[in-house]
Design a protein around this ligand. Structure first.
Ligand SMILES: NC(=O)c1ccc[n+]([C@@H]2O[C@H](COP(=O)([O-])OP(=O)(O)OC[C@H]3O[C@@H](n4cnc5c(N)ncnc54)[C@H](OP(=O)(O)O)[C@@H]3O)[C@@H](O)[C@H]2O)c1
Length: 298
């Protein structure tokens, strides 16, 4: 089976390549080969590709910068999907489209279900909502599409919260971290396994149009920063940990407003796929160990 992966240099893209099942042939596209801000290229790529599947994990993920680069974010996260879906209607190919908890406003205090109305707070969330809407409204054969929402993706690669906090632990005496935004991290590797499982199962049976995946548990950014310090010290990645001071979002204003509570309910996806999510702290330890191994190789 042939699978085109967009965003192959990103956290999820790299994990998808690392964990490729033996029966799959990947075409890993980068921004240079396929610019997602060009809707015509997205359409033509689908027509030209000999693929059975596209996994669209390329995205404009700079949440704060998106408040300024509004049109760019909408093109990449939204209108690219218009191009893909129009192409797929011609070729009858399949799409697995990765989306986000940020399509919700975080005003409720229990996990979001797949079928709840989208209510994004910021440009990134709006742009990802546009992408979801194109999948829902444009794809003629809904059996050929899956939207997989996830949250707070982390990995030993690229720029992310874990690597930023790790550096701050080693350099600073104390760090201020927001404690009133609640979510759950998602290990990019486990997310990649979920993607491959969806593709495997979709060849055999129908799956829901919208699925959701994250690690298990609940955390604030403050909790994760504390855990990074503790685990980093335990495994010898850090020589010291900084004191982590909990602060309110109002003390750390950012251009993009973020949801206060963005837990996705993963029960349905877990049951259908037969995969249990692992607690975020256990997965965080795996990521930090992997990061340590990568540093030792340098
Ligand atoms: N990161 C999170 O916390 C998070 C949370 C929820 C959902 N998600 C979703 O999960 C998916 C994967 O996220 P990730 O963390 O792996 O993202 P990432 O590490 O930020 O990678 C994004 C990828 O998209 C590519 N890209 C950006 N603009 C592009 C363009 N104009 N044309 C082609 N490629 C472009 C990037 O290429 P370059 O290397 O050239 O920049 C990179 O390969 C995305 O759909 C994201 O919206 C992420």
């Amino acid at each position: 089976m042939n699978v085109l992966i967009t965003g192959s240099t990103g956290q999820l893209g790299k994990s998808l390549i690392d964990l490729k099942p033996p029966n799959i042939t990947i075409t890993a596209s980068t921004r240079k080969e396929l610019d997602l801000s060009n809707i015509d290229s997205c359409y033509k790529t689908i027509l030209e590709m000999k693929g059975d599947w596209i996994i669209n994990c390329g995205a404009y993920t700079a949440v704060d910068k998106a408040e300024i680069e509004i049109e760019k974010a909408k093109k990449i996260n939204g209108f690219a999907i218009k191009g893909f879906t129009e192409g797929l209607n011609k070729t009858n190919g399949n799409i697995l489209h990765i989306s986000t908890d940020f399509v919700f406003n975080g005003e409720q205090n229990f996990p979001y279900f797949e079928n709840q109305n989208r209510s994004p707070l910021n440009v990134y969330g709006i742009s990802k909502s546009i992408g979801e809407e194109f999948i829902e409204s444009n794809i003629n054969n809904k059996k050929k599409a899956t939207i997989l929402r996830t949250s707070w993706v982390i990995s030993p690669h690229s720029k992310n919260f874990v690597l930023t906090i790790l550096k701050l632990h080693s350099e600073k005496k104390s760090i201020n971290v927001v404690s009133d935004q609640i979510g759950v991290p998602t290990n990019a590797k486990d997310l990649a396994k979920v993607c491959w499982r969806i593709i495997e199962l979709k060849e055999k049976k129908n799956l829901p149009l919208i699925m959701q995946w994250s690690d298990a548990g609940v955390a604030s950014w403050y909790d994760i920063a504390v855990a990074i310090g503790e685990i980093g010290l335990e495994i010898g990645l850090l020589k010291k940990q900084a004191k982590v001071i909990p602060i309110k979002t109002s003390q750390y204003p950012t251009p993009a407003v973020r949801p206060k509570y963005s837990i996705l309910d993963t029960t349905n996806t877990s049951r259908i796929l037969g995969i249990e999510p692992i607690h975020w702290r256990a997965n965080l330890k795996k990521i930090l160990l992997e990061y340590k191994d990568l540093q030792n190789l340098l």
